[in-house]
Design a protein around this ligand. Structure first.
Ligand code: GSH
Length: 278
């Protein structure tokens, strides 16, 4: 891993690394926040998955998470949202291809040779972090994200309750098999057989998942994508039917932006820290 940048932040370090990912078969970047407590012992980890058009840097520069992460002793790993590079398939739209990996393992050409984001986040990242950051305890890991990344966080947690101990999301794409963003991406990455999509739809995952911990979701009421793309009411119904402990908070006047995320990120970090024992 090549250290691309390192900044002192609230007594810890905000760092960015570049490396070749084996699952993505491409160069990628990863941002890591190491809280001050990492100097003295082991710290739990929060994975942050960003949304459409983002890199690993949007969260780092806009969410304002470092202050609370430093207080709570929580490391944060923020990966990029897709494989990148001239040799990697792309699409003219901003909602497919580079910057829009949707945290799935693609099975269709031309995507499948690089777009293995589920494997990358679930398997490669913890191994990499454990090897390079001895202070990070990858067995005490939670996951969160925004929009496409909220969808990624919920589906990864629900599909892997042994891997993550806490889960939350901001304005997640809650039912991707029923909204235009999801239908476009899942058709491209997984093919037109909708049964292959279900494992990547949080509402479907809730029906069968062994996840037994509380889930926190914040949703802005003035979110421009609320009715057309995000469908949080479906998540609420699915959680209720499955008997899962979902707290869905509607936040009046907040839109889809990082101003919304920055306003509630401390609540989410505290929520994760409590469950991760930090
Ligand atoms: N580019 C799209 C918007 C995409 C968008 O809102 N992306 C969200 C995630 S879904 C985001 O986090 N954007 C980056 C940012 O705000 O820093 C548009 O022009 O409508």
């Amino acid at each position: 891993m090549e250290l691309l940048s390192s900044h002192r932040s609230f007594g810890g370090w905000q760092q960015r690394y570049g490396f070749k990912s084996t699952s993505l078969n491409s160069e990628t970047t990863l941002s890591v926040y190491l809280p001050p407590q990492a100097d003295r012992g082991s710290v739990p980890l929060l994975y942050w998955l960003s949304g459409l058009t983002c890199t690993d840097e949007n969260f780092v520069t806009k969410a304002g998470a470092q202050r609370a992460a430093a207080e709570l002793g929580l490391a944060i790993a923020a990966p990029d949202t897709s494989p990148r590079g001239a040799a990697v398939a792309d699409d003219a739209g901003w909602d497919l291809g580079q910057g829009a990996g949707f945290y799935v393992d693609a099975t269709q050409d031309p995507w499948r040779s690089h777009y293995q984001m589920a494997t990358y986040v679930r398997d490669e990242l913890p191994a990499l972090l454990a090897a390079h950051f001895p202070a990070i305890d990858c067995d005490r890991a939670g996951i969160s994200g925004h929009s496409m990344g909220g969808h990624g966080a919920l589906t990864l947690a629900l599909n892997n309750p042994d891997r993550y101990r806490s889960a939350s999301a901001f304005a997640p794409i809650a039912a991707p098999s029923q909204c235009p963003w999801g239908e476009k991406a899942l058709t491209a990455y997984l093919g037109s057989d909708r049964s292959a999509w279900l494992t990547y739809d949080a509402c479907e995952c809730l029906k069968t998942s062994a996840w037994d911990r509380p889930i926190l979701v914040d949703q802005g009421e003035a979110d421009e994508f609320l009715a057309g793309q995000l469908l949080p009411q479906q998540l609420e119904q699915a959680a209720q039917a499955a008997g899962k402990a979902l707290t869905l908070r509607y936040q009046p006047d907040y839109n889809h932006s990082y101003f919304f995320i920055a306003s509630f990120i401390d609540d989410h970090l505290r929520f994760h820290a409590e469950q991760l024992g930090s």
